[in-house]
Structures are given as C-alpha cells and as structure tokens.
Design a protein around this ligand. Structure first.
Ligand code: PLP
Length: 417
C-alpha cells in the first residue's frame, strides 16, 4: 500500500521517511513512502515558482472571475437575523460559484499548476462526487485527461455525479476493495500516482495529505477571507464577532478563517459533523473531547487528529453530509485547535436538517448539507449575542445535490414540515 491508512506515531513514520517542511506546530509533515517523495518535491518546487510568478496569479484571478464567478457576494440575512434575534448574520455565498461550491477555487489553481508542470493527466479521488465533478470540470476546461477513483458503494449512492463526471469527459474508475468508499478510492489513486508520476498530477480536494498539499490548497481558498474581510468592513462597518464554517477536511473553513487569524477579537469557529451520536463510528467530530473523539495520529500522509480505536485502527465515520464524513482533518486545524485560536464544535444530522429548512424558508437559500452545519451553529449562537454583534457564516455550497437525501430525511412527500 503506497500511503498508509493505518495510524502510526510520527516516530514510526519518520523511520521510513524523514518529515520535512510543511509543519503546523507538531502537525502536518510528509509521511509517505520513498516512491512519492520525488513527486511531492517536484510539486513543492513548481508551486513555489508559480507563487513567485505574477502571470500565474493573473491567469488564476481571471479564471476565478470570468469562469467561476468571483467575487462571491456577502449577503446580509435580514429575515433570519430578525427571527433569531441577537447578532446580525452575513452569509459568504460560495454556493453561487460555478459547480455549486468552493471546491472550484482549488481545482482551478491545481489544474493551472499541472499545466505549468507539463502534466497532461489528472487523477483524483471522490467520495460523494463533488470533488470529482470540480476536477472533471477543470480538466474539460484545460483539455486534460481525467481519471476519477470512486468507491463502488459511493458510485451507487451518488449515481448522478457519476453521470456528471462522465458527461464532462472524465473516466470514473470504480474501486471494489475494502469498504468500497472514499478511503479505498484514495488508496487506489495513490497507487496510480506512484505508477504514473511522470505524466500525472494528483489533484487533492482538501487541506489534507502530505506537504505541500495542506498549504497549497489553503492558499487557493484564501480568496474567500480576502474578499469577506473587505466586504464585511464595507457592509457592516466592523470586523465580525465570529467567523463560522463547516469542517470536513477543512478547506472552506481555513479559506474563510485565514485573513482573520491576526484579528485577535474575531472568534474562529469550525463546525464538525456530530452525526447521530457521540460513539465512535456515529459522527466525524475529530476534535470532540469526550470518549469517541479523535486523537493525534498519521493518516494518508499527514499528522493530525484522527478518529481511531484503542488499537489505532482508523474508525468508520457517519454524517448525513458526505463532504464532512472523513476520519481525519487538515493539520492546520489541529494546530489552531491546540493553540486555542480557533474553536471546534459540532452539529448533529438533525440540527443540520433543521438549519437547512430554516435558511430555505427565511431567505430562500437552500444550503448544502455540509454548509448547513455552520448555519446550525449560527442558529445556536446568534440569540445569545447582541444586535451590535456580527456573525459571518461561510456558505460553502448549495443544496441541489442533496435533494434526494432531503426528500428522504424530511419526508417531503405531501405533508408540510
Ligand atoms: C466538500 C465540501 C465540504 C467539505 O470540505 P472542506 O474541505 O472541509 O471544505 C464542505 N462543503 C461543501 C459544499 C462541500 O462540497
């Protein structure tokens, strides 16, 4: 297996491969087998060169504007704020981007980088299919070959996204090993990368994996808080009391937090998937501090918090929102958690569903179930705050993709809710 799925101590991992740059406190690093080191170093250097090249930034900015639809609006949710009483709530509308979520920010950046590196072939893994669709989209845009690995179980559950990727010209390869879900697809994508590393770029979808991915993917999403910080100052005349975002791997959250990190009076609040209970396997709340929560460990190339059993085996996770359903979390969040600069909480499946209905009915905005976790936290916080307070919620995506789940969970047939 090219990249370990087992949780190891950093000492065990560094015995195989010395960790390098890309640390966030104790977290992050590059815990991969020797065969991938050259590829990661090549990527690191190419990214550094791109960062220093104004033409790279200019082309990315042009695509983000004309193709993806940036800047996204900051919207004052007046009716929801009034109904909750207390803080004024502003929504950063990443849901309005092309393909329906923030993921396109990163997919465009990495596709540009792949082209700079002369790589004609892109691989990616996808769970629910959202990252696969964003990747297939940018590959179509740049004329790149695209292979998406997806667990066979996930392909059954997300049939429409499989069609979307194929329509966009991607090859979707079903993975029939293990649990036939995301982590098996990641292993298969890693195997492909080791074999085809000269021609192929691995387009990772969140702030996860080995260095430089967590830093690079964060940088591609920083645009969220660069825009939001200027927008809130202009519209509310002040910085927010808190920035709230859902945390799967953590890319939309770190993008929304980053420019506010030096603003000590702005609270940063990440919301994980509380699922249907506190027991291991019932949720994806890696930072939950009770029994059933996560602990530091190495998963898929990086050292961070991991949901694992007492023997260190990675545990199963559950969430009504597939995008939050992962056993580990980006290493920068682990560092922000330990330092106390950001706080992490969770919302349950039920709370996310209720938040979806509330936002739909007060504002006419149907959030992705992932984003609804951030809205749920805001519903808890706002009434306890004053009218002078401002909550900035990152609405990472739109809910169209979730209509099947919503119809089933909310029993939308006939009866009013
Ligand atoms: C994928 C996804 C997420 C979770 O990913 P992060 O890396 O944590 O941002 C959140 N919201 C939406 C809409 C998504 O598609």
């Amino acid at each position: 297996m090219p990249m370990s799925t087992a949780v190891e101590t950093p000492q065990e991992s560094s015995a195989r491969t010395a960790p390098v740059a890309g640390r966030f406190g104790a977290y992050g690093g590059r815990y991969v087998p020797e065969t991938l080191m050259a590829a990661l170093e090549e990527l690191e250097h190419a990214y550094a060169a791109a960062q220093a090249d104004p033409s790279f930034h200019a082309e990315l900015a042009d695509l983000l504007h004309h193709y993806a639809g940036r800047p996204t609006p900051l919207y004052f949710a007046r009716r929801m704020s009034e109904q909750l009483g207390g803080a004024r709530i502003y929504l950063k509308r990443e849901d309005l981007l092309h393909t329906g979520a923030h993921k396109i920010n990163n997919a465009l950046g990495q596709a540009l980088l792949a082209r700079r590196m002369g790589k004609q072939r892109i691989i990616a893994e996808t769970g629910a299919g959202q990252h696969g669709v964003a990747t297939a989209t940018v590959c179509a845009l740049f004329g790149l070959d695209c292979v998406i690995y997806m667990g066979e179980e996930d392909m059954r559950r997300q049939e429409l996204n499989v069609y979307r990727m194929r329509l966009l010209g991607a090859e979707v390869r079903g993975v029939g090993s293990g649990s036939c879900t995301l982590k098996d697809a990641i292993n298969e994508a890693m195997r492909d990368w080791v074999t085809n590393v000269r021609t192929t770029h691995y387009l990772l979808g969140s702030v996860l994996g080995a260095h430089p991915y967590p830093t690079m993917v964060r940088d591609f999403h920083r645009v969220i808080s660069i825009e939001a910080r200027a927008q809130i100052l202009e519209q509310a005349g002040r910085l927010p009391s808190a920035v709230v975002a859902c945390v799967g791997g953590g890319s939309n959250a770190i993008g929304a937090f980053f420019e506010f990190i030096p603003d000590a009076n702005v609270r940063l609040i990440g919301v994980e998937a509380g699922g249907r209970g506190n027991g291991l396997g019932e949720h994806a709340a890696r930072f939950y501090t009770g029994k059933g929560g996560g602990a530091p460990g190495v998963l898929q190339g990086t050292f961070s918090y991991v949901l694992q059993d007492e023997a260190g085996q990675v545990s199963l996770t559950h969430s009504v929102s597939a995008g939050l359903d992962y056993a580990s979390v980006g290493p920068e969040h682990a560092a922000l958690h330990d330092s106390g600069r950001a706080q992490y909480t969770s919302a349950t499946d039920d709370e996310a569903l209720k938040a979806t209905v509330m936002l739909a009915r007060t504002e006419g905005i149907l959030p992705a179930l992932e984003s609804a976790h951030a809205v749920a936290e805001c519903i808890r916080m706002a009434p306890k705050m004053g009218r002078e307070d401002v909550l900035l919620v990152n609405l990472s995506g739109r809910g169209d993709k979730d209509m099947g789940i919503l119809a089933r969970e909310l029993n939308l047939k006939g009866a009013a809710l």
